[in-house]
Write a protein that binds this ligand. Structure first.
Ligand SMILES: [Fe+2]
Ligand SMILES: [Fe+2]
Length: 278
C-alpha cells in the first residue's frame, strides 16, 4: 500500500504534531493509518472503483522499520496492545475456564477475526473439523505471533483431533503459496507486511513442499482460503453458531483449560494471567 505522506502528516497535525508524539505514538499512528487506508481500498474495490497501481515496500524497507517500534513485531496482541496507551486490568476468569470463557474474556484482539473466518467456512460448506480449525487458527496470536501456526497447534493439540491440529499448524506456511485450483492467491497484505520481494525462509518452503504432498493438504489449505483479512467491524459474529461443533470436536477438560496438568496448561495460564511478572 502506498502511503500518502502528506495526507498522513496532515492527519496528525502536520510536522509539528508529529514532533510532539513519542516514537510509540508515531508507530501506532502509522499502523492505524495503514489499516484505514486498507479498509478504504477494500471498500473502493467492492464498489468497483478503479484502483491506482499499488507500490509495496521492499523486504529491506520492512526490515528497516524494526527500530521504529518499541516492541518486536512477533509479540502477542494482549502483551503489547497496538492501540497505544496502557493495558487494562483483565476481568477474572472462572475457576474452571472453558474455551468459550477464553473467547469471552481473553481473546479480545483475535476473536472477531477467527469468528468471521469460521463463519465464512460454515457458509462455504466446510467440514466441522475445518470450521473448528478456522475458529482456533489465530487465537494464539494473543501471546505470540511469530510462527503462530506451530504455537497455535501446540496450544490445542491435547483437545482436538490430529486433523484439526494439522490444519492449524500448517495454515501459516500455506498462506505464502498460491493455489489457483481453489482460488487462493498470494495476499496483498503479505506484500505490505513482508515486502514485495520477500522470500519465505527455507523451513517455510520445506513445510509447504511436505504439506502439498500430504493426504490432508486440503485441511490447512481451506483454513487459508477462509482466512479473512478484510475484517468487517459491522459483521459481529458470536460464538453461538459454533457451540455444537465445539461440543462434538473439542475435549474441554473438566478442571478447566490451564488447570488440567496437560503439557500445554502453562500456555493457557499465560493467557489467563498475562500480568504475572514471572
Ligand atoms: Fe494465521
Ligand atoms: Fe487468520
Amino acid at each position: 500500500m502506498e502511503i500518502d505522506r502528506k495526507a498522513f502528516l496532515d492527519s496528525l497535525g502536520g510536522a509539528e504534531g508529529v514532533e510532539r508524539m513519542d516514537d510509540e505514538a508515531r508507530a501506532d499512528a502509522l499502523e492505524s493509518h495503514m489499516m484505514s487506508e486498507l479498509n478504504s481500498a477494500i471498500a473502493a474495490k467492492k464498489s468497483g472503483e478503479a484502483q491506482p497501481p499499488k507500490k509495496y515496500p521492499t523486504a529491506a524497507e520492512v526490515e528497516a522499520q524494526i527500530e521504529t517500534r518499541p516492541y518486536r513485531a512477533g509479540v502477542g496482541f494482549m502483551m503489547v496492545p497496538r492501540s497505544g496507551g496502557n493495558v487494562k486490568r483483565l476481568a477474572p476468569m472462572p475457576a474452571n475456564p472453558t474455551l468459550q470463557d477464553y473467547f469471552k474474556l481473553r481473546f479480545a484482539d483475535t476473536a472477531n477475526h477467527v469468528l468471521q473466518s469460521a463463519n465464512l467456512a460454515m457458509k462455504n460448506g466446510m467440514s466441522e473439523e475445518i470450521i473448528l480449525a478456522c475458529l482456533l487458527h489465530d487465537v494464539v496470536q494473543e501471546i505470540m505471533r511469530t510462527d503462530h501456526g506451530w504455537w497455535g497447534a501446540q496450544l490445542f493439540e491435547p483437545y482436538v483431533s490430529e486433523k484439526v491440529t494439522f490444519a492449524i499448524r500448517y495454515h501459516q506456511a500455506l498462506r505464502y503459496y498460491a493455489d489457483p485450483s481453489v482460488g487462493y492467491e498470494y495476499p496483498d497484505l503479505y506484500r505490505e507486511l513482508f515486502g514485495a520481494d520477500y522470500v519465505p525462509p527455507p523451513y517455510i518452503e520445506a513445510t509447504y513442499q511436505m504439506v502439498r504432498k500430504h493426504k490432508w493438504y486440503m485441511e490447512p489449505r481451506m483454513v487459508a482460503v477462509n482466512d479473512l483479512y478484510a475484517f468487517d467491524p459491522n459483521a459481529i459474529v458470536t460464538i453461538d453458531p459454533f457451540l455444537g461443533i465445539i461440543g462434538r470436536h473439542f475435549k474441554q477438560p473438566k478442571e478447566g483449560l490451564g488447570n488440567d496438568g496437560s503439557p500445554v496448561a502453562h500456555m493457557w495460564r499465560t493467557i489467563s494471567r498475562p500480568d504475572q511478572p514471572l
